[in-house]
Design a protein around this ligand. Structure first.
Ligand SMILES: Nc1ncnc2c1ncn2[C@@H]1O[C@H](COP(=O)(O)OP(=O)(O)O)[C@@H](O)[C@H]1O
Ligand SMILES: [Mg+2]
Length: 232
């Protein structure tokens, strides 16, 4: 579904991504793990069209989307849940969800019901302002809002960051539910343990390069990965 080939991304003179290649097959969960500063967020932002790469190609379902703008990329079916759950605190849950569907003019009622099916708690809090939700609920709302664009590929940047263990578990449950509903997922995580348990395939990024690749199971059992990312 997504094919990234020899992608390079620079911030001025800083080389943040140095020629990475990876694939996300239709219907799977693929994870990019790696330390802070490895270039994971830069990679997702580049796929989402927020940053232009200096070299390389990004193909989505066989079409070259390298350098396209964000609006076109969302229209094609790719969405990004950015780091730090940026919801609108003064808008209600329902209003936040409606904003997620802003590129569409068809009836969104069905989609709102679809996401409420995945996040029953948001339905209960429909009229509550986003800012009054707990951190975990705000993350759920950010994911739900991204789903309102009816993506084929959902990219998530550290969805479990800063959440209590209960919500971390819930986020990973939600990832499985979303996959079961036919959405392909590219997941960035510092919680490598959970990410590798959930993902079909994973890539380890280190200072702008992919150093190790394998199935979630292979990476979980890899000595180097265990030492560097799984706490021994
Ligand atoms: N807006 C920016 N301007 C300059 N350098 C940046 C910017 N964003 C990220 N970087 C640098 O690019 C590298 C990769 O960052 P990032 O993609 O955020 O890594 P990760 O998400 O893996 O923590 C880091 O060295 C970081 O300092
Ligand atoms: Mg990041």
């Amino acid at each position: 579904m997504l094919k990234v080939t020899d992608l390079h991304v620079n911030y001025g003179g800083i080389k943040a991504v140095k020629g990475i290649s990876f694939e996300v097959p239709d219907g799977e969960v693929v994870t990019l793990i790696g330390a802070n500063g490895a270039g994971k967020s830069t990679t997702l932002k580049t796929i989402a069209g927020l940053i232009k790469p200096s070299a390389g190609t990004i193909e989505f379902n066989g079409e070259d989307i390298t350098g396209k703008n964000t609006t076109d990329i969302v229209r094609m079916g790719i969405t990004l849940v950015p780091e730090g759950r940026r919801i609108f605190p003064d808008l209600t849950v329902l209003e936040n969800l409606k904003i997620g569907a802003y590129l569409r003019n068809d009836d969104i009622k069905e989609d709102i019901n679809w996401v409420y099916g995945i996040f029953p708690r948001l339905k209960e809090r429909e009229w509550q302002e986003g800012g009054t939700l707990s951190g975990g609920e705000q993350q759920m709302l950010a994911v739900a809002r991204a789903l309102m664009s009816r993506p084929k590929l959902m990219m998530m940047d550290e969805p479990s960051l800063g959440l209590s263990p209960i919500f971390v578990n819930e986020i990973f449950k939600v990832i499985n539910t979303i996959r079961a509903r036919g959405v392909t997922i590219l997941l960035i995580e510092q919680n490598a343990n959970m990410a590798l348990r959930t993902a079909d395939y994973g890539y380890v990024m280190d200072t702008g390069e992919i150093t190790i690749a394998g199935t979630g199971e292979e990476l979980s059992g890899n000595e180097q990965v265990k030492k560097a990312y799984l706490g021994g």
